[in-house]
Design a protein around this ligand. Structure first.
Ligand code: OOG
Length: 262
């Protein structure tokens, strides 16, 4: 049976409550075996509405499952997007408190800032023109689902693609000045490297995540507004954190960003 707008709202509220109470819930597909992606994005959008109604402001989008390492880890096969709000941002060098989250993990990423609206099928060149800067970024994922693992693509999408928090570096460089697909990335915890990759691990070229995002948005009749932050997706698998950890990501050409875990 097709889901109604009321079903979308109910499921969005369930996930929203789980997030606010840091409580795990079973994947939605346990009770709604047939959950088309279209409905999953509608549930995601309802969840964001609940947040903006409480005063959060949408500031960008995240892409997920854009690297082979992540798709393998999660056993899911295609990229997805989620929405970022101002409340999700941890300042560069700031503190991330584990309390209030379920099972957060951190990932190395690259982010872009757009200077004009992007809509529909665009070329890499158009994405390059529209991105005024690139930054080093880390995303802190959290899943509202039990154990963070047994879920399908629509489950992840409905849960805002496991989005939770993110941190952006303070150095912003025009993407044209960088060899975007060839940047070495290294994530360290307390000075010890825990993950490393070349930026090509992200969609073959992180800018292509922006191209893919626009295509996915177009399927829902939406566009990427000017002034958006776009997280291009993780280059490697995610890393668990513990109190006292100092996590730092360095991307050649973009500098470093760090976060302290409490
Ligand atoms: C899905 C979201 C993955 C990424 O950067 O690949 C993601 C998940 O791992 O729960 O955000």
């Amino acid at each position: 049976m097709a889901l109604t707008a009321q079903n979308h709202q109910e499921l969005a509220r369930l996930l929203d409550q789980a997030r606010l109470e840091a409580r795990e819930v079973p994947p939605l597909t346990r009770t709604h075996a047939e959950l088309p992606l279209r409905d999953a994005y509608a549930i995601q959008a309802e969840g964001i509405q609940l947040r903006t109604a409480r005063g959060e402001r949408v500031i960008g989008m995240k892409m997920g499952l854009t690297s082979e390492a992540k798709r393998k880890q999660m056993n899911l096969d295609s990229p997805v997007y989620g929405v970022l709000t101002d409340k999700m941002q941890v300042p560069a060098g700031g503190v991330f408190r584990l309390q209030g989250f379920i099972h957060p993990k951190i990932e190395p990423e690259i982010a872009f800032r757009t200077s004009r609206e992007l809509r529909g099928k665009i070329s890499r060149e158009e994405a390059l023109d529209a991105c005024s800067s690139a930054m080093v970024a880390m995303e802190i994922l959290d899943s509202r689902y039990v154990d963070f693992k047994y879920f399908s693509l629509p489950d992840v999408v409905a849960d805002n693609s496991s989005s939770s928090m993110f941190v952006l570096g303070t150095t912003e460089r025009p993407p044209r000045e960088l060899e975007l697909a060839k940047l070495p990335m290294s994530m360290e915890v307390n000075g010890v490297q825990v993950q490393s990759a070349l930026s090509s691990a992200i969609s073959g070229d992180p800018l292509l995540s922006v191209v893919q995002l626009c295509e996915l948005l177009a399927e829902r009749g939406e566009s990427l507004p000017a002034g958006s932050i776009v997280l291009a997706g993780a280059a490697t698998v995610a890393h668990m954190m513990k109190p006292g950890d100092q996590v730092r990501l360095t991307v050649e050409g973009l500098g470093s960003v760090s976060v302290s875990v409490a």
